[in-house]
Ligand binder design. Structure first.
Ligand code: RET
Length: 287
């Protein structure tokens, strides 16, 4: 207590402003940046509309597997509305001083760390829905979800590291390695499963949409204020918000629309959910 007060006094006596901003000050900074604020509110509105639409679309779905796809997909706009409310209120934004070597070294950069945190909740739901659609076995669903969470959490670490510029990029590299595993399952494993399950056509459409959109996130991270800073904070935020609109709401609409009109296909799908090691769903022989 006394030490903290002494440290505060030392800071003030040197004429320095303490780095920490109050939540109200961060909120004011967001309010003052109309373009940035709009990138949050556009998504709050779209997430709200998506929730209502998806609940309506799923009202008659009865098959448990189709229902699970609906529940997982519905979680995406639910997490999104919370995520963007956290950003719009300043709760999940911090101003961080960039380390030496960074393009904005010594400056305080607005960091939307809440995005990376909430991706760790929304992206596993997208992957669960896709894995169920492909008729994946449990092992692949588990593997893709844990590596995806690893990607988001290490991406969060990259954004929050202020001690060393090199370590920011090392975290980024680790996150990209996790991402490669996710891409491998999406591009190599699940297409084969979807072929067997009879859902290849819709799966491949959603796979392309997902892979193309998801590749945009690490690119904009690298170009934005947290990376090499060629894009300003509001533009980067709009880039993420735009990707979110396609990767979440449009993706979810296409998936749920297909599931609602092909419920019987989903109900009859051969899958490996009961047998962790196989993709056929066959009961293993006991000899
Ligand atoms: C980061 C930076 C570090 C390297 C990589 C990233 C990838 C992020 C991705 C995010 C996808 C988010 C979605 C959100 C929907 O709610 C963390 C930007 C690889 C792929 C689809």
């Amino acid at each position: 207590m006394i030490e903290t007060a002494a440290a505060d006094l030392a800071v003030l006596s040197q004429g320095l402003v303490p780095l920490e901003m109050t939540q109200a000050e961060v909120y004011q900074a967001v309010q003052d940046n109309t373009l940035l604020n709009a990138s949050f509110w556009a998504n709050i509105a779209l997430a709200g509309l998506s929730i209502l639409l998806f609940v309506y679309m799923g009202r008659n779905v009865e098959d448990p597997r189709a229902q699970l796809i609906f529940v997982a997909t519905l979680m995406v706009p639910l997490v999104s509305i919370s995520s963007y409310t956290g950003l719009a209120s300043g709760l999940t934004i911090s101003f961080l001083e960039m380390p030496p070597g960074h393009a904005l070294a010594g400056e305080e950069v607005l960091t939307m760390w809440g995005r990376y945190l909430t991706w760790a909740l929304s992206t596993p739901m997208i992957l669960l829905a896709l894995g169920l659609l492909a008729g994946s076995n449990m092992t692949k669903i588990f593997a893709v979800i844990v590596t995806d969470i690893g990607m988001c959490v290490t991406g969060l670490a990259a954004a929050l590291t202020t001690s060393s510029h090199g370590l920011r990029w090392f975290w980024y590299f680790i996150s990209c390695t996790f991402f490669l595993v996710v891409l491998y399952i999406l591009l190599v494993e699940w297409p084969k499963d979807a072929e067997v399950a009879g859902t290849a056509e819709i799966f491949n459409t959603l796979k392309i949409l997902t892979v193309v959109m998801w590749l945009g996130y690490p690119i904009f991270w690298a170009l934005g204020a947290e990376g090499i800073a060629v894009l300003d904070v509001a533009i980067t935020s709009w880039a993420y918000s735009g990707l979110d609109i396609i990767a979440k709401y449009i993706f979810a609409f296409l998936l749920l629309n297909w599931v609602a009109s092909n419920e019987s296909t989903v109900a009859q799908m051969a899958d490996g959910l009961g047998a962790a090691g196989s993709s056929s769903g066959a009961v293993p022989a006991d000899d």
